[in-house]
Design a protein around this ligand. Sequence first.
Ligand code: CP3
Length: 322
Amino acid sequence: MRQAGRYLAEYRALRAKHSLLDLCHDPALAAAVTLQPVERLGVDAAILFADILLPFEPLGLGLSFAAGEGPQVEHPIRDAAAVRRLPTPDPAQSLGYVCEAARLVARALPPHVPLIGFAGAPFTLASYAIEGGSTRTFTLTKRFMYTEPEAWHALLGRLAEFVGCYLAAQAAAGARALQLFDSWVGCLSPQDYRTYVQPHTRRTLALAAQEAGGRGVPVIHFGTGTAPFLEDFAAAGGDVIGVDWRIPIDQAFARVGPGRAVQGNLDPAALLAPRVERERQVRDVLGRAAARPGFIFNLGHGVLPETSVEAVRAVVEQVHGG
Ligand code: CP3
């Protein structure tokens, strides 16, 4: 997660010359950034370089990344009329440059390193579309959800269709696994998750699976802070359930139930700890997962920009070694 990014000097060198959106828009550059960490870190998979917010451009919301301030949405969605005004672009065509990057990477990777494509889940995307950027409280998002339930469901329905088809297009372009990021869904109560989000995530994953399933491409359903409603989260779908460090991974396996894989869940902050503590935390995750079939070791969320490349490499080696 975020294995390409600011903690890598070669990424920072490219970013000094190109904006984040320029890197995403240029398939050759995006492919190069995707490949950077793979050899450097010795990881088992590559994650396509893109961003979950790219759909906001064809959806007419306007997107920019201000230095140090995170994403900014030019025309945030604040009422039902804004939802009605949304255009219906074709994901495969309007984000064709992402699919082209996926094709380039799939061709360049050695056969034993699969490419992971990804997209944002309807709730997490809606939160950025409504807030207009990052938030800690999700105030505007929840107010919209409670006061305009019809427009809310219309918005998430539209996002579900777009994202489901977008994921399918990435599988068709050569992604060998897909990840749906519901990064901020843990801000909701279990009841609100079931009422306002779960049907739309289920639709997204079903659409993605239509294409992906036929190709044998598994879908990872990831969220943070999902421990209070993990059963409901898992019930929305996904061949793999991705969890953060707030739940021990053996408990996650038990609650997700049989027949599905679980991905996680080292705290990214463990990579800032002294070696002994970092190694202890990696051992703890591995010990709890106990070589269960379908265990995918990963961080519970993205690599922090302050992380040293050596620490990431050391974790990869420890996981491979034991
Ligand atoms: O290597 C990879 O993981 C692939 C690339 C990737 C990016 N964004 C590039 C990026 C992925 C998988 C994402 C997903 C993404 N983007 C998520 C879901 C994953 C998560 O972390 O929960 C979210 C919520 C976003 C939205 C987003 N993009 C934010 C909030 C920010 C600002 C973050 C910050 O710390 O400034 C971004 C920018 C961004 N997208 C960066 C990268 C490498 C860092 C900024 C930069 O290079 O200037």
